[in-house]
Ligand binder design. Structure first.
Ligand code: ATP
Ligand code: MG
Length: 317
C-alpha cells in the first residue's frame, strides 16, 4: 500500500491519464478518488461513468449527452458526463467493457479533448483529467481485437497496479484493525478481541473479493459480535466461487451438476463478449472461437438478448 500511495502522490500532481488495474474489490475507485483529491483540479467535479452498470444503448448518451431531437424521446437537450467533468476528473470505470465504437469516441476525447453531443453539429471541448479502471487484462484484449490498441496506449501512460489482497497478506492485520475501529465507531459497539487463530485464518485466506470482502467480514463481526462469522465466511466462499449453490444441487447427479455449472459459465462468457463486441455476433463467434451457428444456438438457449438495447443478461462479475 505504501508503494501505491507514493505512486498516487507522484501521479496526482499531473493531469495525464492514469489507468488503475486490479481485481474486484482491490480499491480502484478509492484510488481514483484519491488521485482527484490530490490533483490540481481537486476543486472541480469528480464524475464517474460505470459502464457495465448501464445498458449498452444508454452508455453513449450518458457519456456524451444529446441535443434536442437527436432521437425519439430526446425532447430537451441533456449534457453528458464528459461535459460535467469539465475542470475536474472523469473516472471511466471498467473501461475494458466499453464497446468498440464508443472506444473510438473516447480516443478522440483523450487526444484533444473534443467530443460532440449526439445529434450536435458542433464539437465541444473539455478539460478533464481522465482516470480509467479495469479488472481485465487490457493488453490481452488488445491482442484479441476487443480493445483498441491506440486507446490502450493513450490511457496507460501511467498504470497503478493494485495487487490482490492475497499477495499482500502483510497488510491484512492493519486493514482489519482499521475496519474494526471504523465499524465499532459507526455501530457504537465493541467487537470481542480477535483470537490468534482467527487472526491467522484471516491472513491465510485467499480473499477472492479482496478488500471489500474483508471489510464486509469485519462489519459482520462487529454487528454480530462473534468470531464465528469469520470461520463461516472463509468456508462458504469456496462454494460461491463456483457460482453454484451446492446445497441445492444435493439431489443432482455429478454429471448434471457439471453440466449446469458449465452452462452458467458459458452464459456469463457469452454475455460479456456480446457486450464488448456491441452485439456483433460474427465478431463474438470469432473471438470465442465457436461457429456462428453454435453461438446463435447458445444465445437462444441461455435467453440472452440478441440485440443491444434489450435488457442485457446478468453478468456475474
Ligand atoms: N486501502 C484501503 N483502505 C481501506 N479501505 C479500502 C482500501 N482500499 C479499498 N478499500 C475499501 O474496499 C472497498 C472496495 O474498494 P473499491 O470500490 O475502490 O474497489 P474496486 O477495485 O473499485 O472494486 P470493483 O472492481 O468491485 O469495482 C471499498 O469499500 C473501499 O472503501
Ligand atoms: Mg469499482
Amino acid at each position: 500500500m505504501a508503494r501505491v500511495r507514493l505512486m498516487v502522490q507522484r501521479v496526482a500532481a499531473t493531469t495525464i491519464p492514469a489507468l488503475i488495474h486490479g481485481e474486484s474489490g482491490t480499491g480502484k475507485e478509492l484510488i481514483a478518488r484519491l488521485l482527484h483529491a490530490h490533483s490540481p483540479w481537486r476543486s472541480g467535479p469528480f464524475v464517474q461513468v460505470n459502464c457495465p452498470a448501464l445498458p449498452a444503448s444508454l452508455v453513449e448518451s450518458e457519456l456524451f449527452g444529446y441535443e434536442r431531437g437527436a432521437f425519439t424521446g430526446a425532447a430537451t437537450p441533456k449534457p453528458g458526463r464528459v461535459e460535467m467533468a469539465d475542470g475536474g476528473t472523469l473516472f471511466l470505470d471498467e473501461i475494458g467493457d466499453f464497446a468498440l465504437d464508443l472506444q473510438a469516441k473516447l480516443l478522440q476525447l483523450l487526444q484533444d479533448g473534443h467530443f460532440a453531443r449526439i445529434g450536435a453539429h458542433a464539437e465541444q471541448h473539455v478539460r478533464a483529467r481522465v482516470v480509467c479502471a479495469s479488472n481485465r487484462d487490457l493488453a490481452r484484449d488488445v491482442e484479441r481485437g476487443q480493445f483498441r490498441r491506440d486507446l490502450y496506449y493513450r490511457i496507460n501512460a501511467v498504470v497503478i497496479e493494485l495487487p490482490p489482497l492475497r499477495e499482500r497478506a502483510e497488510d491484512i492485520p492493519a486493514l482489519t484493525q482499521y475496519f474494526l475501529r471504523q465499524y465499532e465507531a459507526k455501530f457504537q459497539r465493541s467487537a470481542p478481541p480477535l483470537s490468534a487463530a482467527a487472526q491467522q485464518a484471516l491472513r491465510d485466506y485467499a480473499w477472492p473479493g479482496n478488500i471489500r470482502q474483508l471489510q464486509n467480514v469485519i462489519k459482520r463481526l462487529v454487528i454480530l459480535g462473534t468470531e464465528d462469522v469469520i470461520a463461516h465466511e472463509l468456508a462458504s466462499r469456496s462454494d460461491d466461487e463456483l457460482g453454484f449453490d451446492l446445497d441445492r444441487a444435493s439431489d443432482m447427479s455429478l454429471k448434471e451438476i457439471t453440466r449446469a455449472a458449465v452452462d452458467k459459465l458459458e452464459k456469463i462468457v457469452i454475455a460479456r463478449s456480446l457486450r464488448q463486441n456491441n452485439w456483433n455476433r460474427r465478431r463474438v463467434s470469432r473471438s470465442l472461437k465457436i461457429s456462428y451457428r453454435a453461438l446463435l444456438y447458445k444465445i437462444k438457449k441461455f435467453e440472452l438478448p440478441a440485440k443491444r438495447g434489450t435488457a442485457p443478461a446478468e453478468d456475474a462479475d
